[in-house]
Each structure stands twice: as structure tokens, then as C-alpha cells.
Design a protein around this ligand. Structure first.
Ligand code: ZN
Length: 92
């Protein structure tokens, strides 16, 4: 009756449980109590679901490191580059 939504969600759940069982130390703040796993390299940036790319993180529990991290990543990074003054009229 229920169609499989999300494809390999079962595999993902098992993998997640495995990682949290091995360690619940948040890779962002370094404190225990992580409730979720985080992609070290986001999928959007070429990361994979490989266990090596997954690490525990606080998601729905304080301090919600995953959210903080996400906000930062989605925030536009504006680099202020000092306008370089090119010497005018300098010929070789
Ligand atoms: Zn954390």
C-alpha cells in the first residue's frame, strides 16, 4: 500500500544508526549527544553518502550545530577585495 518514498531511505537509516552507535560526538562542536549525521562535504558540493563523509552532529537538539552550519553555508559569501590601483600609463 505504501510506495517507497526516497528510494534507499532504509539503507540510509541503517547507516545513520550505525554511525551514531559508533560515536555520538558532534563533529562540529566536539560535544557528545549528536542525534543526526551530517555530510562533511555536502552532497551539493560533490559529497557522497560514504560513511567516511558522514559524521555525527546536533540537528534537532541544542545547540543545533547542523542548522548553524547550514545557515553559514547558505549565506552568501561576500569577499571584499580591495580595489587594486593599476598604475596608469606604465608601458614596458
Ligand atoms: Zn554540535
Amino acid at each position: 500500500m505504501s510506495r517507497s518514498v526516497g528510494g534507499s531511505s532504509r539503507q540510509w537509516r541503517e547507516l545513520r544508526a550505525r554511525i551514531l552507535k559508533a560515536s555520538d560526538v558532534c563533529h562540529i562542536c566536539g560535544r557528545p549527544g549528536a542525534d543526526a549525521v551530517d555530510h562533511i562535504v555536502p552532497l551539493a558540493r560533490g559529497g557522497t553518502n560514504d560513511p567516511r563523509n558522514l559524521a555525527p552532529a546536533h540537528h534537532d537538539v541544542e545547540p543545533k550545530c547542523n542548522r548553524v552550519k547550514g545557515d553559514r553555508e547558505f549565506a552568501p559569501i561576500v569577499r571584499r577585495s580591495g580595489s587594486l590601483k593599476r598604475p596608469d600609463g606604465v608601458g614596458g
